[in-house]
Design a protein around this ligand. Structure first.
Ligand code: PEP
Ligand code: MN
Length: 335
C-alpha cells in the first residue's frame, strides 16, 4: 500500500503518518517525488486496511499496490530514477555507453582498451577482476590486482569503472575499488549477495538471470532497494533458449516492460547475449531503438589473444562504428 501525501503536507504530517504506520507493526518508507512525498508500507503480512490512514492530516490518497514488487515499481515511484556518477548519468534521457574487456588481463591491456573506448564515446569502463567461469580451468581473473588496475584506469582516464562481485567474502574489497558493483546473471538470485548490495552506497548493476522472468528479476532488485540502496541499474543480457546461432537470445521486449513497470534504468549487454562479434552492432542499434538507457559492450584491442570472451569482443574500430550508429538512433527520438 502507498500513502500519497498532499503537495502541501508538512514534515510533521509526514512524520505522523510514518509513526502511525509503524505503530501497526509495518515498515514505513517515505519516497520523495517531484512535488509530493509518498509513503510506502512494507512488511505487511496480509492486506492493509487503508481507512486507518486515509483520514490522517495531509493524506491525499491511499493506493493499493497490485504488483508483488513494491519499491522498484512505478506504482511506488512515478519519476524515473537517474543514477549519477560525477558528470555521467544513467537513466531516462541518456544513452550511457559502458565498454571494456571481459576481464582485466594486465595494466597495459586495460589502459589501451580504456583509451580506445573513451575516444569512441564510452563514459564508463568495464572489466572483470573476479570472473565467473564455467570451467574451473579457465582464467578466473586477476582478483585484487585487477581491482587495482581498474582504479588506475579511473585515475588515468577519469572514467568511472564497473566490475563484478561474485560472493559475500569479496564484497568489501570490490566495493572499495569500484564505482559501480555488478551482480552477474549467475548470482541474480543470490539473496545474501543482494542483501549485502542493499547495504552499499554504490550503484548496483543487476544483470538478469539467464532463465529469470521479469518478475523474478524485479524481485531481486527489490531485495536491494528493501535494504536501502535505491541505485540499481537493470541489465538485460540475453536468456537461454534452444537456438545455436547465438550464445543467448536477447530479450529486447524486456525494455518496454521494464520501462512501464519500474522507475529503474535499464541497459542492454549485447555481447553476452550474442556471444559473437558479428551480432553486437545490430543488437546495439536495436537496443537504442527500443529506448534502453545504455549499453554495456565488450571491446578488446587484440580479441584473438583475449583470456575471456574474445570471440564476442569488438575491435576498437567496430566499437567506434557502434557508438556513432547508436548515437544517431538515440538522437532521432531525443534531439
Ligand atoms: C560479464 O559481464 O562479465 C559477465 C560475466 O556477464 P553475465 O553475468 O551476463 O554472464
Ligand atoms: Mn564476458
Amino acid at each position: 500500500m502507498l500513502i500519497v501525501m498532499e503537495k502541501t503536507a508538512t514534515p510533521e504530517e509526514i512524520n505522523n503518518v510514518v509513526t502511525s504506520i509503524e505503530e501497526k507493526g509495518y515498515t514505513a518508507r517515505p519516497i520523495p517525488g517531484g512535488d509530493r512525498v509518498s509513503i510506502g508500507i512494507l512488511h505487511n503480512k496480509g492486506p492493509v486496511d487503508g481507512s486507518l490512514f486515509s483520514g490522517l492530516a495531509g493524506v491525499k490518497d491511499v493506493v493499493r499496490v497490485t504488483r508483488p514488487y513494491k519499491l522498484v515499481s512505478r506504482e511506488f515511484k512515478m519519476e524515473d530514477t537517474i543514477i549519477k556518477l560525477g558528470d555521467v548519468s544513467i537513466g531516462n534521457g541518456h544513452l550511457t555507453i559502458i565498454a571494456g574487456p571481459c576481464a582485466v588481463e594486465s595494466e597495459i591491456q586495460a589502459l589501451t582498451i580504456a583509451e580506445h573506448v573513451k575516444k569512441a564515446g564510452a563514459s564508463i569502463f568495464r572489466g572483470g577482476a573476479f570472473k565467473p567461469r564455467t570451467s574451473p580451468y579457465s582464467f578466473q581473473g586477476l582478483g585484487e590486482e585487477g581491482l587495482k588496475i581498474l582504479a588506475k584506469v579511473r585515475e588515468t582516464t577519469g572514467m568511472p569503472v564497473v566490475t563484478e562481485v561474485m560472493d559475500d567474502a569479496t564484497f568489501d574489497l570490490v566495493e572499495e575499488y569500484t564505482d559501480i558493483i555488478q551482480i552477474g546473471t549467475r548470482n541474480m538470485q543470490n539473496f545474501s549477495l543482494l542483501r549485502r548490495a542493499g547495504g552499499s552506497d554504490k550503484p548496483i548493476l543487476l544483470k538478469r538471470g539467464m532463465a529469470a522472468t521479469i518478475d523474478e528479476w524485479l524481485m531481486a532488485a527489490e531485495y536491494i532497494l528493501e535494504r536501502g540502496n535505491g541505485q540499481v541499474i537493470l541489465c538485460e543480457r540475453g536468456v537461454r533458449t534452444f537456438v545455436h546461432h547465438s550464445r543467448n537470445t536477447l530479450d529486447l521486449s524486456a525494455v518496454p516492460v521494464i520501462l512501464k513497470e519500474s522507475h529503474l534504468p535499464i541497459i542492454i549487454d549485447p555481447s553476452h547475449a550474442a556471444g559473437r562479434r558479428d551480432q553486437v552492432i545490430p543488437l546495439s542499434r536495436a537496443a537504442a531503438a527500443v529506448d534502453a538507457h545504455g549499453l554495456m559492450v565488450e571491446v578488446h584491442h587484440e580479441p584473438e589473444k583475449a583470456l575471456c570472451d574474445g570471440s564476442q569482443s569488438l575491435y576498437p574500430e567496430q566499437f567506434q562504428e557502434l557508438c556513432d550508429q547508436v548515437r544517431s538512433i538515440f538522437n532521432i527520438y531525443n534531439a
